[in-house]
Every structure is written in C-alpha cells, then in structure tokens.
Design a protein around this ligand. Structure first.
Ligand SMILES: Nc1nc2c(ncn2[C@@H]2O[C@H](COP(=O)(O)OP(=O)(O)OP(=O)(O)O)[C@@H](O)[C@H]2O)c(=O)[nH]1
Ligand SMILES: [Mg+2]
Length: 540
C-alpha cells in the first residue's frame, strides 16, 4: 500500500468546483430508491423471525464443538461467494454500498487535532503527531476494508484544515484520486470519515466509481458478523438509522419530481397534501425501526433475568472491553478455556458471550466478552448496541484489554473510554487495564505504557505469560463478600458448603459430628440460606 502524501492546501478553485451535478444523478437515484425501499419493506418478517430457524439450528450444535472454528469457516465461505446475501445485507445495498469482494482505494484527510492550536504555528511535534494519527487511522481503515472482504490496492492522504464541503477532498486531490483509481483498476473508494450524501455524490462524479464512507464500512462488517437474533436486529436498526437521512437526500429530488407532476395536473389528491412517495417510505422505515426497537427491548429481559440471578447468587461479574483486535476473546479463552472465535480481523466478536471463570482463590465469577470498540464508532451502532454495552455498566469489574503491540495504544485507550462515557454507569465500574500481546510488544514501549497506565497488568493471551498475576488481581479487585458466618452445616447440605467454596472466602473449615464447621465470609443471600439450614439442623 503506497501513501501519497500531499501538503497542497485547498485552493479557491475548490470552492468554484461546487457546481450542481445532481441532475446527472436524478434518474439513477430515483430508480434506486424505488427499488431499494420496495426491497427493504417487502422483506417478510424482520431479522427476528427469519433467522430464528438458523438460530435454533446453531443452538443444537453449540456444545461440544469449537464455535470459533465453525464460525471462521462460515465467514470464509461467505467471503468467497460473491453476491451471496442474507436479508440484512439488503439494507446495505440500499446504499448500493456493499464493500465485500471489491478492489478499493482508501482516502483519508490529515486534519489538525481538534484541541490543538488552530493556526499553522502548530509546532513540529504537533504536525508529526497528526501525520502519525492520519496514518494509523488509514491503516486501520485498510484492516476494516479487508475484514469486510475487499482488497486494498492503494491509499491516499490529503492534508487539509477541514474537509471540503463539496467533495470532501479538495478538487485537485479528487482528480488525482480519479487517476489513482483508474490506474489501479479499483471499483470502490473508501473515505476515512463520514460523508454527507451530497459529498458522496459529488466525489463519485469526479472519481467515477462508487464511494463508501467509514460508517457504511463498519455497518457492513457488523451486518456480516451479527449472529444472534438480538445482534441482527441491532445491526438492522443501525443500518436503517444510517439510511434514513440519506433517503432525505434522495427525497429532495423526488419531491421536485412530484412537484412537477402536481404542476402538470397529476397526482393531486391521490395522497395527503405534500405526501410524496419518499415521505411514505420514510414513515414506513420509521415504523420498522420502532418495531425493531420493541423487539430488542423484548429480548432485554432475558438478559436482565440472567444478570439478576447472577446478582442474587452473589456471583461477581467481569466484563472484557477494549479496542477491536486487542485480544479480548483470546484473553477470555485463556481465562476460561472456552472455544470463542479468535480472528485477526476487526469485530470478530459481536455477541456478548458469558462464561464461568475462577479467580486465583477459586472464587467463581462470570466473564463477558463484548463487541470491540473503534475510533469513530458510528453513533448509530452505539445506540443500537447500547443494551449490549450496558453489560459493562452492570459488571463488578471491567478488564480493559489493550494491544500493547499496537503503534498507538494510548489513543485506543482514549477511544474506549470515550465510548464507555456514553453508557451511563460504565465509568463507575472499577477498571483493570490489561496490557496484552507482551510477546510482541517491545520492552521500551511496554515500560512506557506501564508508566502511562499505572496499575496495569501485562499479559500475553497467546503464551499465557502474566495470566496468573491477572487472576490474582481479579481476585483482589472483585467485591468481597461481606457477611461473616460461623456455622455448622449439616452433612446433608454439602451443596451449601460447595457454594461457600465457589462464592465466599473461607477462613477455617473443619468437620464435627453435626456437620461441616465453616468460618467464612459470604454474600447476604447465601448467608441467609446457610443460617436457615444450620438453624433447621439445630431445631431438628
Ligand atoms: N502475539 C499475540 N497475538 C495475540 C495475543 N492475543 C491475541 N492475539 C491475536 O490478536 C488477534 C485478535 O485477537 P482476538 O482475541 O480475536 O481480539 P478481540 O479483541 O476479541 O477482537 P474483536 O472481537 O475483533 O474486537 C488474533 O489474531 C489473536 O491471535 C497475544 O497475546 N499475543
Ligand atoms: Mg473478539
């Protein structure tokens, strides 16, 4: 991948370039909207109903097989089959913006840091940081594109103060991009940012191939990876949310068309005043979104119940969070010996997985793997995945996994914290930073990270290095059971003694005639149960 760096500032001609090119698109857009909206809305059922069968099927085979291997195989197959589309992928086709199996050219802007000095006197170090940042971001975009199944042919970065309102890139750079695209034989351009519908159209006009933005790319990956009913519904909701304002863009041209019809004496009274086809579509999409929201909400209670029962049983919960590809699933596998899919791809995990694990003292806790975070995570997705992300807010401890071998781990940490700050309560949960991939990270970087992130534990999920220390730190940081008991549990209630071993902290244990004499600290619920059993024994 070559980077064409350019310091060319935007020129006045960029602004002059703002000619209206919409006329050329009108026919195509109108056609697509009819097609696409019809297709979206004619789908029988939603993700919920139509994937239920597939889901049951998967459930039947779940245990005893390596989920990871099966899912990896499925994904590889999906990547090989062009045009194979599940109903969810239809939604991204709405934007005719599917990204798999395409040959792509990436383009990014190198913008001044938002909180840095505003003028050119930014200073050398500031400039260097910006260049690195643009680079890291573009490299990540390349990884995202590959994850979506496309082939990255080339990449381009332009340095600007702000995106061009008309074409995102300056017009000169856009023409350069057109040449690169033609020379490379690419069929798609992916922009490392979010494009307004008009920018996308204008840029498409210049480069002559389809243009996709970062948000659409991430949505596409999520659509490919969503597996559970809830995950699918969440992604569909996010896609419709992304689609809605873009329909409005098309709607303007369609309203003009409708206006023409009205002027020509057609269509008056056929619908309410001003009610165009697009408004009707928009309303129906909103209705569909409302239904998805209801469905997602209806799925939430089962998770609430699960969480509630864990609470009542006083089993502490630990959530794994972190940037995508940091090694969250690998760490989960290490800590639980579970077969969760690990892949060198972004967003390998979309559905929260809960497993049982034990601290160094043998205390049981639940461990939840969560969806990875990424810079500029589309807000549509944060919204749609809110209930999933709330797992983090409900946990007793967050393991924040950091890829210590990444070129810029600290900005990944900042991104993760920004996303967490959007979930009420998530920042109040105690956080343990886990510096992962120590087998790859160099010693100097690692030392710097330990200084920058005091209290962090360094591990390698791959080699197992540091895992014992991590288990010990988890033991320390989990809430400790508060109720002291000093009881004799009758031998017929061995189950209660087992629970003290799993959930509580035992000071002494010995065996007397009446039963097991336990001095320990346990949760309130277990304490009550044990007292009851002990009292019952005394009375009986
Ligand atoms: N060398 C090395 N590689 C690791 C380590 N931990 C994870 N990896 C690799 O990093 C890649 C990503 O690991 P995952 O566990 O899938 O990462 P994740 O954070 O779950 O990623 P997403 O679910 O995609 O957000 C895989 O190729 C792993 O094999 C480690 O300690 N050392
Ligand atoms: Mg994962």
């Amino acid at each position: 991948m070559t980077h064409h760096h350019s310091n060319t500032p935007s020129t006045p001609e960029d602004a002059a370039d703002l000619h209206d090119t919409r006329g050329a698109h009108e026919g195509r857009d109108v056609h697509d909207v009819h097609d696409v909206v019809a297709r979206v809305l004619s789908r029988t059922g939603t993700a919920l109903a139509s994937t239920a069968a597939q889901h049951e099927h998967a459930d039947g085979y779940r245990d005893g097989l390596d989920d990871g291997a099966l899912e990896r195989e499925a994904r590889a197959a999906r990547r090989r089959v062009a045009g194979l589309s599940t109903e969810l992928e239809d939604v991204s086709e709405v934007e005719y913006r599917q990204v798999r199996l395409e040959k792509v050219v990436l383009v990014g802007l190198e913008l001044p840091r938002p909180h840095g000095p505003a003028t050119g006197a930014a200073g050398v170090s500031g400039q260097v940081r910006d260049t690195q940042d643009a680079d890291t971001s573009l490299r990540e975009l390349a990884a995202l594109a590959q994850t979506a199944g496309s082939e990255v042919l080339d990449a381009l970065i332009q340095k600007r103060d702000h995106p061009d309102p008309a074409t995102y890139l300056g017009s000169g750079k856009a023409r350069e991009l057109a040449d690169v695209v033609a020379a490379a034989g690419a069929d798609t351009v992916i922009v490392d940012g979010e494009l307004a519908p008009s920018q996308r159209r204008a840029l498409e006009d210049v480069v002559g191939v389809k243009v996709v933005d970062r948000t659409a790319l991430i949505l596409d990956i999520f659509a490919q990876h969503a597996k559970s009913r809830e995950g699918k519904a969440q992604v569909e909701l996010a896609q419709l949310e992304y689609l809605l304002p873009r329909l409005r863009g098309w709607g303007e041209s369609m309203s003009r068309q409708a206006g023409g019809r009205v002027a020509a004496g057609q269509g008056i009274g056929s619908r309410g005043p001003g009610e165009t086809k697009i408004e009707l579509d928009r309303r129906r999409i909103r209705q569909r979104m409302a239904r998805l929201r209801r469905e997602i909400q209806a799925m939430a209670p089962s998770r609430e119940t699960k969480r509630g029962s864990r609470r009542r049983g006083a089993i502490p919960s630990v959530a794994i969070a972190g940037y995508t590809n940091a090694g969250k699933s690998s760490l989960m596998n290490r800590l639980t010996e579970a077969g969760i899919m690990v892949e060198d791809a972004l967003f390998a995990t979309l559905d929260p997985t809960v497993r049982r694990a034990e601290t160094s003292e043998g205390r049981t806790y639940t461990l939840t793997d969560t969806v990875g975070f990424v810079r500029n995570l589309p807000h549509e997705l944060i919204e749609a995945f809110r209930s999933t992300l709330e797992e983090v807010a409900g946990a007793d401890l967050v393991l924040h996994v950091v890829d210590a071998a990444h070129p810029d781990p600290l900005s990944q940490v900042a991104t993760v914290r920004t996303v967490l700050s959007e979930i009420p309560g998530a920042l109040d949960v105690p956080e343990l930073i886990v510096l992962n991939k120590t087998d790859l990270a160099d010693a100097v970087t690692l030392a710097a990270l330990r200084t920058g992130l005091p209290g962090a534990v360094a591990v390698s999920a791959r080699t197992g290095e540091g895992i014992e220390e991590l288990r010990a730190r988890i033991e320390q940081m989990l809430p400790h059971p508060q109720v002291s008991i000093d009881v004799v549990v009758p031998y017929c209630r061995g189950d209660l003694v087992s629970r003290v071993h799993a959930e509580g902290e035992i000071d002494t244990i010995d065996y007397v005639e009446a039963g097991t004499h336990v001095v320990a600290r346990v949760g309130a619920a277990l304490a009550a149960e044990i007292e009851g059993a002990a009292a019952g024994a005394t009375v009986g």
